[in-house]
Design a protein around this ligand. Structure first.
Ligand code: TRH
Length: 380
């Protein structure tokens, strides 16, 4: 049954929140036939991941979704059947009051951040009554097990990925679309998307002085700015820089679909936050995750919980290698370069594991489908 949905997204400082909200909006609309309106307070950031969006327009349709600029004052609009606040984005007061006045009340969901921690299973789906209004919000947690909300995965994704990864011509066409030649056969191709990381200079040094060539493809942003500082000069998107065995290929920030292809095309992907982290897992290639840094190092707990799940299926030696490297990366270890050769030499085991892991991700469920069912049950 077609329902109306309002998804509210506040772009804090990065791209993860809008990346997730946009993916969800698109899938609800294109695959589940829902009528979706996405309210975003920063359409310019949205345009970076979706070029069809026009920041100058307060209202537009993109890919079947109505995109509305979320400004102040908030306009009077018809309420949706389902209201999603992305990651605790605070709903406009007028909208909230209208929700309380309307019967039946819309279903109200807070879409939470992803975590592999076990407490998520106990909190997924819990109700939270509003302190002053006759409204109940439900917490919907993405996650890796059937007792959570699952992960965002559009249908046909694995088939599209496999077709691309089997097709050297499609990969060459992708590299050409970025103005690049495919990396030489014996070079290891790595994509780099990270927060400012004090471990990066040591890793670059290990790559530079390594025994085998490495091509590091870096979209414009924090990582490229840090690499520029390490190189001692600005590295512009569209240019290459050679540092010993390392070639840095700077590229523009890509649209979501292109970024997926980059993840599919590389041998190792360094990713961060939430959405690139999930996409790298779905890319079925080895990954190194940098968790979004939180106060009191809370992110390190998230990291351990993920590594515990992710590395469980690996042999003991490879498990030790991926855990040591990823922990070093997240703890900004100046010693990270020492761990790289082991990662490099475990490439085949890590690649086989990444394929298995990607194949098993569906076991936790498809987030858009689970969310639609969760809401439909409450709208009955
Ligand atoms: O941008 P992020 O650091 O987002 C973070 C996290 O979501 C974090 O949980 C949140 O609290 C914080 O923002 C405010 O990393 P993330 O989650 O990987 O999102 C990046 C998005 O950008 C993702 O949707 C992929 C997309 N992307 C592109 O579309 N093109 C690119 O070239 C790159 C590098 C990324």
């Amino acid at each position: 049954m077609t329902r109306t949905w309002d998804i509210f997204c506040s772009v804090v400082d990065n791209f993860g929140d809008i990346g997730v909200c946009w993916r969800l909006a698109r899938q609800l609309s294109s695959e589940l036939g829902q009528s979706v309106r996405l309210w975003v307070d920063d359409v310019a950031s949205f345009q970076r991941i979706c070029h069809a969006a026009d920041p100058a327009r307060a209202s537009q349709r993109v890919g079947g979704v109505e995109i509305r600029r979320w400004g102040v004052p908030f306009p009077r609009v018809a309420l949706a059947d389902v209201v999603i606040e992305g990651f605790g984005a605070r709903l406009p007061d007028a909208y909230l009051e209208a929700m309380a006045a309307q019967l039946p009340h819309p279903v109200w969901i807070n879409l939470e951040y992803l975590s592999a921690e076990s407490w998520v299973e106990g909190c997924h789906g819990l109700p939270s009554p509003h302190p002053g209004l006759p409204l109940v919000k439900h917490f919907f947690f993405p996650g890796f097990t059937a007792a959570t909300g699952g992960l965002l995965m559009e249908s046909g994704l694995a088939q599209a990925r496999d077709a691309f990864q089997r097709d050297p011509a499609a990969q060459a066409a992708f590299w050409r679309s970025l103005g690049l030649a495919p990396a030489d056969g014996d070079a290891l191709c790595v994509s780099l998307f990270c927060y400012d990381n004090a471990a990066l200079p040591a890793l670059v040094e290990a790559w530079r002085a390594g025994a085998t060539p490495i091509v590091c493809v870096v979209p414009e942003g924090t990582a490229l700015a840090q690499l520029s500082r390490i190189a001692g000069h600005a590295i512009a998107p569209g240019t290459n820089v050679n540092l010993g065995c390392l070639t840095v290929r700077a590229i523009p920030f890509l649209e979501l679909e292109q970024y997926d292809r980059l993840l599919w095309a590389c041998d190792f992907n360094f990713v961060r936050g939430e959405d690139s982290f999930v996409r790298a897992q779905l890319a079925a290639r080895p990954l190194v995750w940098q968790a979004y840094p939180q106060q009191k190092d809370a992110h390190l707990q998230k990291l351990s919980a993920f590594l515990e799940r992710y590395a469980a299926g690996l042999d003991a030696d490879t498990r030790a290698v991926i855990c040591a490297f990823t922990e070093g990366w997240n703890r900004a270890s100046a010693d990270i370069g020492r761990h790289w050769p082991a990662m490099r030499s475990r490439r085949d085991a890590l690649a086989a594991h990444a394929r298995n892991w990607a194949g098993n991700l569906a076991a936790g469920g498809n987030l858009a489908i689970k969310l639609a069912k969760f809401c439909a049950d409450r709208l009955k």
